[in-house]
Design a protein. Sequence first.
Length: 533
Amino acid sequence: MPHRITARPARAETAPGAKDAASVALAAETLAEVPSRVDHDPAVVSAFLSDAAHVPGGYAAGVTFPRHEAEVAAAVAGAAGVLVVGAQSSLTGGATPRGEVVLSTRALTAIGTPSGGLVTAGAGVPLVALQRALTSAQLYYPPVPTYDGAFVGGTIATNAAGAATFKYGSTRPWVAAITVVLANGDVLDITRGETLAGPEGFEIALSTGAVRHVPIPTYQMPRVAKLSAGYFARPGMDLIDLFVGSEGTLGVVVRATLRVIPRPRRCLALVRCSGDRQAVAVTAALRAEAHLAWDGGGALDVAAIEYIDPLALRVVPDEAFTRAGVARPPDGSVLLLLQIEIAHDEGSALERLGTVLAANGVDDDPCVTRADDDRGAQRLLDLREAVPASVNAIVAAAKARVHPGIQKTAGDMVVPFDRLADSIALYRRAFEQRGLEYAIWGHVSDGNLHPNVVPRTIEDVQRGHDAILDIARAVTAMGGAPLAEHGVGRSALKQQLLREVYGEDGIEQMRAVKRALDPTWKLAPGVLFSRDP
Ligand SMILES: Cc1cc2nc3c(=O)[nH]c(=O)nc-3n(C[C@H](O)[C@H](O)[C@H](O)COP(=O)(O)OP(=O)(O)OC[C@H]3O[C@@H](n4cnc5c(N)ncnc54)[C@H](O)[C@@H]3O)c2cc1C
C-alpha cells in the first residue's frame, strides 16, 4: 500500500447551499483568483471569541466564512495564523482564538445523498442536521457526542465520542474519507485504506513539487474505549487517522464521507440504584447482556449507559425533574440512563431488563419510554443534560460573584471497565481529601466519567487542578487515560495531562509531525502543545 499521497490545488466544488456535494462540481478556479473575505467588524468577531470552556481573553484578527474548498484554501494560504472552528462547543478552549483569523466552517453545510452505507457532509453540518437528513432515509450516524449541535468537522477534529461509544466506538472508524486543506492551501483527498504509513511514515507531494516527510510517533497509545489525546500513532497506520483527532493543528477538514447504518429503534430506561456499588454491578450485568445480544444470543441490546452520582443529582433543580416527569430520587441515589436498541421485540427486551435489575436488587421499577416515543426519550435525555448545565451555571455564577478566574475544573477520565469501582472511589477520595465540592457523571458503560469540581472560591479551582492531576496519574496507572473524549485544546491542565500520558519525548514527536505539515506553525498554534518545549 502506498505511503505517498499527492496533494492537489483547491477547486470550487460545492456551491453555497448545494444539496448534493458530489453533484455540483463547478469550473476549477485558481487559488489566487479566489477572494479571501475576512470580516473585521468587532460586532461580528465578538461572537467567535470563546467556546464552551468559557476561558476568558479570546481575541481574533478577524473571522471568515468560506463557502467552499477554494475559499477555505485561499483563507488558509493568505493568513499568518488560522483557527478553524465549528460550533465552538469545545470544553478545552481549543476553539477560543488567540489572535488568529477565525475560520468558521458554518457555511460548509452541503449534505450528499446517502448511498451504499455512506454519506458526504460538509465540515459545517451540525450533527442534529445530519441526523435529520438521514432520518428521512431511515439511516443513522452513531458516534455522536452528547451535544448534537457540534459540527461534523469539529467532531472529526476531536475524535468525539459519546454515550453509545460502548456499542459503536468513537468517531474515528466512522470516517471513511476526508478532504483536508493543508497549511499552504493545497488539498488532500484521503480515503481510508488507500495511504498507509511506511517505516519512515508518510510522504506528501505538494502541488509545488516539494515533498513533505511526515514521521509517525513511536509512543504506545493507551488501550482504552475512547481517546482524544493528540496524534494517533501506530506502525502502518492510515493517513486519515493522523487527521482524525488532530484538533485543527494539521489541516482544515472541509468535508467528510461518513459511514451510516439503518436507523435503530430504541427505548430509554431510567434506573434508580441505591448507590455506587449497585450502579457498578447493574452496569456490569447490562454490559454482559449487551455482548450476548450482539453475539445473537440475547434480547437486551444496551447501546449506552449514562451515570449520574448523588452529588450531581443534588445540583439539578426541581424543575428539571418536573419537566422529565420523574420524581427526584431519595438522597444518596445514583441514576443510570440506558439506551436499549430494539431489533425485534420490545416486550422481551424490557422483560429481560426487569429480570436483570431484580437480580441486582434494584427496588424501583425503571422509568421507560417506548420505542416510538421520541418526546418521552427527549425528556429523559434533557434530564441527563441538566446535570452539566447546572454545574456550568454554578461555575458561571461563582465566576461572576466571587472571582473572575473561577472556571470549569473537570476530568475526562476513562478506565478499563474492571477498574470502574476503583476509579469512582479514587475521584471521591481526591476531592474529599481537599475539602472540595464535586459532582460525577458520564458514560459509565465505557468506564468514562467526568469528575467535576463545583467551585466556590478561586482556591477551589487550584485545589481542583491538583486533584485532577493526581487522579490522572492514578487512572494512567490503572491502564486508563485522562483524555478520553474532549481533547486537549489550549487548556494548560489538559496539555499537562498529555505530557503525563506521552512524556516530553512523545510531545516532541508530535511537534515533528506538526513541523512537517505546518512548518510556519500557522494552524491552531498553541493547541495540543506549545511550539517550543
Ligand atoms: C453540553 C456539552 C456536551 C458535550 N458532550 C460531549 C460528549 O459526549 N463527547 C465528546 O466527545 N464531546 C462532548 N462535548 C465537547 C464538544 O461537543 C466536542 O468536542 C465536539 O466534537 C466539538 O465540535 P465543534 O464543532 O463544536 O468544534 P469546535 O469546538 O468549534 O472545535 C474543536 C476543535 O476542533 C477543531 N476543528 C473544528 N472544526 C474543524 C475542521 N473543520 N477541521 C479541522 N479542525 C477543526 C478546532 O480548531 C478545535 O481545536 C460536549 C460539549 C458540550 C458543550
